[in-house]
Design a protein around this ligand. Structure first.
Ligand SMILES: C[S@@+](CC[C@H](N)C(=O)[O-])C[C@H]1O[C@@H](n2cnc3c(N)ncnc32)[C@H](O)[C@@H]1O
Length: 225
């Protein structure tokens, strides 16, 4: 899909896009140019394509791109990774940018979002991305994966049952969560035990480097569920 041509909105209509925070170059290293292109594309087309709301533009880097990118060091070497519910490409495309050694399979049911993900991966020249149009629960045959990520898809109680079956034995769930992650973990205690998640923990990432920290729920899948 070609991205649509849009005329520049007047400054009065469009909230300003956040300037690149100081920590971005440190987080992306030599991949920063691609991250800048992705962020610029998302700023230009994201609202039009229904990927992000207009209120997100002033926090596009902090709340979205860097929030996703700080997870990159937690991908295993050459990992096969599924990102469930990628939407605008968060964290899936961002991780594919930051970690060219990993292979990212983006599992997303909405056709227009899949079109965006495929065209953006092409545009950025990312050859480590595959897009699967499906719900996670119907995509088990695409796996198993070393690691599975998801961000802003649902609470752990419902997210674990659709993500854990995609993970190979000994693989990991890496689920990006908000400030109430501890409450979500308490509410998901049955699912954590049913899907045999070992050593569940919350990592707080990006402190002192990026403007907003990321809370990452990480757990190992002990056995085939
Ligand atoms: C709120 S959006 C979040 C998108 C992106 N991860 C982000 O952080 O901006 C939730 C996404 O999850 C997708 N989704 C919802 N249920 C799903 C399921 N069962 N399997 C895979 N994706 C799902 C939706 O289509 C949507 O793109």
């Amino acid at each position: 899909m070609e991205h649509p041509v849009v005329s520049d909105p007047s400054p009065a209509e469009a909230p300003a896009v956040e300037l690149e925070p100081a920590g971005a170059a440190q987080v992306f290293g030599d991949r920063i140019a691609l991250a800048r292109r992705f962020t610029a594309d998302l700023a230009q087309y994201g609202e039009l394509l229904g990927l992000i709301g207009p209120l997100e533009l002033p926090r596009l880097w902090s709340r979205h791109v860097l929030n996703s990118a700080v997870v990159a060091p937690y991908l295993r070497d050459d990992a096969q990774v599924a990102d469930v519910g990628s939407g605008a490409g968060l964290p899936g495309l961002v991780l594919a940018i930051a970690r060219p050694d990993a292979r990212l399979v983006l599992i997303e049911p909405m056709e227009r979002r899949c079109d965006w993900l495929r065209s953006e991966a092409d545009r950025l020249g990312l050859d480590n991305v595959e897009v699967v149009r499906a719900r996670a629960e119907d995509a088990v045959d695409s796996g198993p994966f070393d690691q599975v990520t998801a961000r802003a898809v649902s609470a752990l109680r419902t997210l674990i049952p659709i993500t854990a079956p995609l993970v190979r034995r000994g693989g990991e769930l890496l689920l990006l969560k908000g400030a109430r992650v501890d409450d979500e973990i308490t509410a998901a205690s049955k699912q954590i035990s049913k899907y045999r998640l070992r050593d569940p923990e919350v990592l707080v990432l990006g402190e002192g480097i990026v403007p907003e920290v990321t809370r990452l729920f990480r757990a190992t899948v002990d056995a085939a569920s």
